[in-house]
Design a binder for this molecule. Structure first.
Ligand SMILES: Cc1ncc(COP(=O)(O)O)c(C=O)c1O
Length: 376
């Protein structure tokens, strides 16, 4: 699905030097590399504070802790997302309230989620899925009306522009009260291990988040609030700082591959290509098709996966079981919740290889094999 090896080889001297520099400095934790990277990332995405942490899951947890959400508070989130989004809600003894997504954008549908708001609702977690923004203006208007926090799960979408109705642009992750990102290796800005960060323009919130990432500490051995140990280590920061310089180039390469796929699959009755919303750029963390077959769509999709695997083409299903149907949430009694769009998508989506190193030969091979299967 990804080719991090070729990507590394292209910038090997700079990466290797950055790692050696950290080793020689021995500032492995919270070193200069971490501060430099946080400052450069803040400048890139246009935010006042970037708080690096250990991974994108912790980033969500820390954001929710800093906003002082209390056990029993309800948090609205799409069911159609990676489990990390919803798991941290339950971990903090908050209540995940699952809502539908829009069948075209795969993101939270603002026309339906207002109905899910109750007096206990405290926050909304829109997920910018696969590399495209959720409809933030509509979401923000509803959040404002009910006085709710917005935590943007931007794990998959670093570098994406949200385009406001008046033409202004902001990077996703910088629009709500806070936003989070993951530097998991396959992400658009991927580390050589785990990593994550939280974004905010709010000074007090940033201060609290920094404390939470370091055991709630204000100064060494003085702990003001309950926190955790969640740090981005200096080696990962040094690597990410090099890769950040290439992020726009990487995004362009992903888009070029997506354009090729789109061109090959256009006008195929059984394939719906990814919708590109006018309010967002698309950074294609994933290239995800909807495969339409009236009888037994999930089986038809599995057939494609098997056919591709025979030809050594990887594919993935993000995500076969939506959040509201996961066993871990059984006690919330959400399994019987009606989510026709989410269920429809879960049976039909399939993601093809998507990364910065896809060349035309590979793309021709992949698209030909997909077309061979659907035209059978
Ligand atoms: C939507 C979403 N949220 C959160 C996460 C969690 O990030 P991490 O794996 O860095 O903990 C991911 C990672 O895959 C994700 O895709």
């Amino acid at each position: 699905m990804v080719d991090t090896k070729t990507q590394y080889q292209k910038i090997k001297p700079a990466i290797d030097k950055a790692v050696v520099d950290v080793m020689e400095s021995t500032a492995f934790i919270n070193g200069k590399a971490v501060h430099d990277f946080a400052a450069n990332l803040s400048a890139y995405i246009g935010i006042k504070h970037t708080i690096p942490c250990a991974n994108g899951t912790d980033a969500l947890q820390i954001a929710m802790m800093a906003l002082d959400l209390q056990p029993g508070d309800e948090v609205i989130t799409p069911s159609f997302t990676y489990i990390a989004t919803t798991e941290v809600i339950a971990l903090l003894r908050l209540i995940p309230v699952f809502v539908e997504v829009d069948a075209k954008t795969f993101c939270m549908d603002p026309t339906v989620f207002e109905k899910a708001i109750t007096p206990k609702t405290k926050a909304i977690v829109p997920v910018h899925l696969y590399g495209q923004s959720a409809p933030m203006e509509e979401i923000m208007a509803i959040a404002k009306k009910y006085n709710l926090y917005i935590i943007e799960d931007n794990a998959q979408t670093i570098g994406c522009d949200y385009i406001f109705a008046n033409g202004d642009r902001k990077k996703t992750g910088t629009i709500g009260n806070t936003g989070t990102v993951s530097f998991y290796p396959s992400k658009n800005l991927g580390a050589f291990g785990d990593g994550g960060a939280i974004f905010t323009n709010d000074d007090m919130l940033a201060d609290k988040m920094k404390k939470i990432t370091n055991h709630g500490q204000s100064k060494q051995y003085y702990h003001d609030i309950v926190g955790c140990n969640s740090r981005l280590d200096s080696m990962q920061a040094a690597i990410l700082d090099i890769k950040l310089k290439y992020l726009d180039e990487y995004t362009a390469a992903r888009r070029k591959a997506a354009d090729f796929y789109d061109g090959a699959f256009a006008n195929q009755p059984k394939i719906i290509i990814p919708f590109r919303a006018s309010y967002s750029s698309h950074v294609f963390n994933q290239y995800t098709l909807i495969l339409e077959e009236k009888n037994d769509p999930a089986n038809y999709r599995d057939g494609l996966r098997k056919f591709l695997a025979v030809h050594k083409i990887p594919s993935m299903i993000y995500y076969p079981v939506p959040g509201h149907r996961q066993k871990m949430f059984e006690h919330f009694n959400t399994v019987t919740q009606s989510m026709p769009v989410t269920d429809w998508l879960s049976e039909r989506v399939i993601s093809l290889p998507m990364h910065t190193e896809l060349d035309e030969e590979q793309l021709i091979f992949i698209t030909n094999k997909v077309l061979e299967y659907v035209n059978k």
